[in-house]
Ligand binder design. Structure first.
Ligand code: SF4
Length: 475
């Protein structure tokens, strides 16, 4: 089950899956003719944008074999959990929801339940699932998404439970069909996996070593997206800055940005996530020179203390980080800088915590994702002594927010009375008359307007600001 594969085996697997795809498609077409409705799937996605994009690929494959999406799990013929292992919280949510789905399966024995994603890359998690939730029919991992039709075939036709996990692979599957959530914006993988082994993080263990897609494949995908009306792309990788390091014909991330910047139809280019140790002067120059690359850099600091950064294995110091921020601000006037911060890493003293507060004050972040350190089995940090008591973590977390939120509000206040191009994303959840969209700096803006503006870039004057969003009027 756990194996590192070579190209030959995977080529055969793909062929096998293709035969099954044809058969499944035919039987689903029959089902549609007989029942007047298509079989439906419901995906529950937990975690990051990488998982969101994987779910788009899963949806694309299911659509290609004749399924249609439903947003109600009670109506679904297939329920898929795309799981996350980054925090304990996400794990508990999956187990809770699986308990609910067990009831659905009892009343509808033909319902297929599948679990995939980062949690399933860990042997202990798979064992726990097979033991406690034996009704689950399919288990697959982050490296075996392309095998899903074959796994469904095994359950439907061969009546057997299907498990397909690969620990790591050199292969990248191109041209997988995708069920994109939005027409005008898209997520585009540029790297998979990670080589950094930050001591708190499970990603290198569950998504394998870093591998980059060929630049030509990325350019082709973005061209096709542009032809399809897409205006904004977000380039995804655990560390986009090290893009290209394993390619035979070297291509750096900045070179890739220059190439993508030339594609007609694309108006905004974003990227996630930048590792501070790999943010080069060349890249800063590319962000500055490429007019479509948004002036927003998400630069996770994680902690301000050099000792904590060393134990996190982040490979940069507070001084290096602050120096980078200074360069970004000097070279790209008005650049927005956002970050990730972990509070309560093992051994963090009050003095260490104050170093984090100092970074927040010095950088003046536009926004930040803040996390309480969460023990992840299998990581080095989980084994460290001096785990911080929950009470101390929570207390420091509150103090961090007390410093951070006024800074974010102040940064937003500087936008009042200014006009910004906003890509209209959707109707606001709070009011039907409100549209919602983002500025190039990733600020969320609510404003009055008609639904037909969704997908367009409009000028909005900012009239009022809050910590997490701004309000404005179309100009
Ligand atoms: S850079 Fe560090 S935190 Fe980010 S995915 Fe890699 S190991 Fe995890």
């Amino acid at each position: 089950m756990s194996k590192k594969v070579n190209e030959t085996i995977n080529t055969e697997n793909t062929k096998l899956a293709s035969d099954k795809i044809i058969e499944l498609r035919n039987s689903n077409e029959q089902y549609f003719i007989m029942n007047g409705r298509r079989k439906s799937y419901h995906i529950l996605t937990y975690g990051c944008q990488m998982n969101e994009h994987d779910s788009e690929k899963i949806g694309g494959m299911l659509t290609s074999i004749g399924y249609e999406e439903t947003d109600d799990d009670k109506n679904a013929d297939l329920v898929i959990f795309n799981t996350c292992l980054i925090r304990e919280n996400a794990e508990l949510k999956v187990f809770g929801k699986l308990g609910e789905v067990k009831g659905l399966k009892r009343n509808k024995p033909d319902l297929i339940v599948a679990v995939c994603g980062c949690m399933m890359q860990k042997e202990e998690m798979r064992q726990k699932l097979l033991k406690s939730f034996s009704f689950v029919d399919i288990i697959f991992g982050t490296n075996t998404i392309q095998e899903l039709p074959g796994l469904i075939f095994d359950v439907e036709v061969n009546k057997k439970k299907s498990v397909d996990i690969i620990d790591d692979t050199e292969l990248i599957y191109e041209n997988m069909p995708k069920m994109r959530k939005f027409k005008y914006k898209a997520l585009v993988n540029i790297t998979y996996g990670c080589n950094n082994f930050c001591t708190y993080c499970v990603v290198p263990y569950v998504r394998g070593r870093e591998k980059s897609r060929l630049p030509q494949e990325i350019v082709n995908e973005v061209r096709m997206l542009a032809e399809d009306g897409c205006k904004e792309i977000t380039l995804l990788g655990q560390n986009v800055n090290s893009y290209g390091s394993n390619l035979e014909n070297k291509c750096t991330f900045s070179e890739l940005l220059y190439e993508l910047n030339e594609i007609e139809g694309i108006e905004r280019i974003r990227f996630m996530t930048s590792h501070p140790k790999d943010l080069t002067d060349d890249l800063i120059k590319a962000i500055k020179e490429c007019d479509k690359v948004c002036n927003h850099v998400h630069l996770p600091v994680q902690a301000g203390s050099n000792e904590v950064l060393r134990r996190m294995n982040r490979k940069y110091t507070k001084e290096h980080y602050l120096n980078l921020v200074e360069k970004l601000k000097q070279e790209i006037p008005g650049v927005a800088i956002t970050t990730d911060i972990i509070v309560g890493f093992p051994g963090e003293t009050e003095e260490d915590f104050q170093e984090t507060i100092d970074v927040v004050k010095k950088v003046q972040y536009d926004s930040a994702f803040t996390f309480l350190y969460s023990v992840r089995e299998g990581t080095k940090a989980a084994e460290m002594e001096d785990q911080i008591p929950d009470e101390t973590k929570h207390e420091r977390f509150e103090r961090l927010l007390d410093v951070l939120y006024p800074i974010v509000l102040e940064r937003n206040s500087q936008c009042i009375d200014k006009v910004y191009p906003v890509l209209v994303e959707s109707v606001s959840k709070t009011s039907e008359n409100y549209l919602t969209g983002r500025t190039e700096h990733f600020r969320l803006v609510h404003f009055t307007g008609s639904e037909d503006l969704i997908g367009k870039i409009v000028n909005v004057k900012i009239t009022n600001v809050k910590t997490f969003h701004m309000e404005g009027k179309i100009q």
